[in-house]
Design a protein around this ligand. Structure first.
Ligand SMILES: [Zn+2]
Length: 306
């Protein structure tokens, strides 16, 4: 805090504390304005360049409705990290680390914690929101519901969106930007990409539903991945057999003989093709995760790991 004089430091620290714990955006802005009115130009610049750009990571009002394991403790997460750190030690081979991690994650104590966590997520936090679409909080995670409400709020901004009924679809035009998206009325999918990547309804879908006099809430608009019902019933795959990543030979299961290079290539190609097909069917966000994962696998292979 060399950016602030010694005499002003206690006052600035108190105000920064008030920024972190501001209960609303208005209160946050008021405190920040108060700081800006004081002669701390270097500190103000530092805050603007480093911290005001990412208030969602530290300002309380930005994540008041986030489901957490409690307000005062993260012991459960720390405890889990401790178990992971015990597994990943430098003397252990990579394959052995992965096998042990799988065993830790599928152990009954961890599964029990996970089940309790899922149960906690089933509580819905509307954060006092009572506007249109509040029903979404009852059926899907608060993260998903919040995304849906954002889309609804985007639509509510005046006369911006115009919907025209076409043949089996509705075109929704943003009169400000001129961009047009097509909403398929049978599936309520939209060409903007939000619905397919997030598996949640976008503002164009809501504009189309408004045009068709359909209600704002419809549970079928939400992808099953976000629904409490699917969270409750999701089962975690138990390892049926130990996975030996560090196996040094590839055997033909039928003959127990070593495969030729050509046979290995075609066997690996078939497997990779199946992975490519599965990846091509996913949404953009999931594809990105999978792609990054496969890229790391590729790097492992290139660096000589087997
Ligand atoms: Zn859309």
């Amino acid at each position: 805090m060399k950016l602030v004089s010694k005499e002003s430091l206690p006052d600035v620290l108190t105000k920064v504390h008030s920024l972190v714990y501001a209960q609303s955006q208005d209160k946050f802005e008021a405190v920040w304005q108060d700081i800006k009115n004081q002669p701390h130009a270097d500190f103000i610049r530092y805050m603007e360049n480093n911290w005001l750009r990412c208030t969602e990571t530290w300002a309380l009002y930005e994540h008041r409705d986030a489901a957490t394991l409690g307000n005062t403790t993260n012991n459960q997460i720390e405890s889990h990290f401790h178990k992971i750190k015990n597994v990943i030690i430098s003397k252990r081979k990579f394959g052995e680390c992965v096998r042990t991690l799988v065993e830790v994650c599928s152990s009954s104590s961890v599964q029990q914690l996970h089940a309790e966590h899922i149960q906690l997520h089933k509580q819905h936090y509307t954060n006092g929101y009572q506007g249109p679409g509040v029903e979404y909080f009852k059926y899907c995670t608060s993260y998903a519901a919040k995304k849906v409400i954002e889309q609804l709020n985007g639509l509510a901004s005046g006369e911006k969106y115009k919907a025209n009924i076409g043949n089996g679809s509705i075109s929704v035009t943003n009169s400000k930007s001129g961009s047009t998206f097509t909403v398929d009325t049978s599936s309520m999918n939209c060409s903007c990409g939000f619905t397919t990547s997030m598996l949640l309804p976008c503002r164009h879908v809501f504009a189309a539903r408004q045009k068709l006099s359909l209600p704002v809430f419809a549970v079928e608009l939400i992808g099953t991945r976000w629904l409490f019902s699917s969270l409750a019933s999701c089962s975690h795959p138990q390892p049926t057999a130990r996975v030996y990543l560090a196996s040094t030979h590839i055997f033909d299961n039928a003959t127990r003989r070593c495969l030729s290079r050509k046979e290995k290539f075609s066997k690996a190609s078939a497997l990779l093709e199946q992975i490519s097909i599965a990846m091509s069917k996913t949404g953009q966000a999931q594809f990105n995760v999978m792609y990054n994962f496969m890229n790391r696998v590729k790097e492992k292979f290139e660096s000589g790991y087997c």
